[in-house]
Ligand binder design. Structure first.
Ligand code: NCD
Length: 324
């Protein structure tokens, strides 16, 4: 287990400014985000269902190790699909049956994977900054991709969300984006706020109860709302989030029904946003808690497109860190 939080910034680019790890979207330059989105756009054609061979040889002979210390459906699977489409070999570690359960330290596990000639380590961990600690430890020929660390960052989710917004809304410069719910525990919200700010989004709103909002939002230039009605008015993008019970103390968890009453995304509330607003959710969804089914499955929902775009975005990131 990682016990210490590493406060030192870890570099994710080399001397030439090329991406060598993907750890955070905080501080990532605009050109680099755009480069990843543009690269992903090229990979969308590789993943086109009409294409007979959905593969390119960019990572042939390289090994991608999926190391998920927390549950995952979409992220882990789309990393695996993306690695396969790049012709890499993929090894999925089953943490519940690995030696972590026997008390092996994280760094010892990592050293063993390096000894197995890993090229890319895709890491999800409940401890914030664990992937940064790993990146600091590995030799230069091993690349670390953060697949979600605690409540800190989820950079590939942030990037696929940017890809989705750009796809449907084209330009960030006139966009109003509302993020709803458990922001304080959400690494997805943090990565989105950093990326949207860098891409020039003029209005980022968060909507939620005081207890679920971080205290530094003003510093980030985000507008805070405690009521759905005011917060949703006139927005182009509505993103709602799951309540992250696993990161809360007992007694802190809001009651589902009461939350839905105040902050649930219903059709009536969505009608306050622009008529062509899109609805996003990183998944997993809790229907009837943060979103009602009519909205999740409705015509404005792009929730499943987000998942599909995630493949191309993860292909872009892996090919950029290890394909140079
Ligand atoms: C999110 C995560 O794990 O941070 N899911 C995802 O990766 N698509 C959000 C969540 O768990 O609620």
């Amino acid at each position: 287990m990682v016990k210490q939080v590493v406060t030192q910034a870890v570099k994710q680019t080399n001397a030439a400014g090329e991406l060598t790890h993907l750890l955070t979207l905080e501080g990532m330059p605009k050109e680099q985000i755009v480069q990843i989105l543009d690269t992903a756009q090229q990979f969308v054609s590789v993943t086109d269902p009409a294409r007979e061979v959905k593969k390119v040889p960019l990572l042939r002979g390289k090994s991608v190790f999926n190391l998920f210390f927390e549950n995952s459906t979409r992220t882990r699977t789309t990393f695996e699909i993306a690695a396969n489409r790049l012709s890499a070999d993929v090894i999925n570690l089953d943490i519940s049956t690995s030696s972590t359960a026997k008390g092996e330290s994280l760094i010892d596990t990592i050293d063993n994977l390096i000894a197995m000639q890993a090229d890319i380590l895709v890491v999800r961990h409940n401890v914030s900054r664990a992937p940064m600690e790993i990146a600091q430890h590995v030799p230069t020929f091993v690349h670390v991709i953060n697949a979600g660390d605690g409540s800190h960052q989820h950079p590939t989710q942030g990037l696929l969300d940017m890809y989705t917004m750009r796809h449907f809304k084209h330009d960030f410069r006139n966009l109003k984006v509302a993020i709803i719910g458990d922001i304080v525990h959400s690494r997805v919200a943090k990565s989105n706020i950093h990326a949207l700010t860098t891409l020039g989004c003029p209005e980022i709103r968060v909507i939620g109860p005081e207890s679920l909002l971080p205290s530094d939002l003003d510093m980030l230039g985000v507008k805070v709302f405690h009521e759905m009605e005011a917060g949703l008015k006139g927005v182009d993008v509505v993103m709602t989030l799951r309540i992250q019970k696993e990161r809360m103390e007992q007694g802190q968890v809001p009651e589902g029904n009461a939350f839905f009453k105040q902050f649930g995304l219903t059709q009536a509330r969505l009608a306050l946003a622009k008529p062509d607003a899109i609805v996003m959710h990183p998944g997993p969804m809790n229907r009837g808690v943060e979103i009602e089914s009519a909205v999740a499955d409705g015509p404005q929902s792009v929730i499943l497109q987000q998942v599909t775009f995630g493949i191309a975005v993860r292909m872009a990131v892996m090919s950029m860190v290890a394909g140079n």
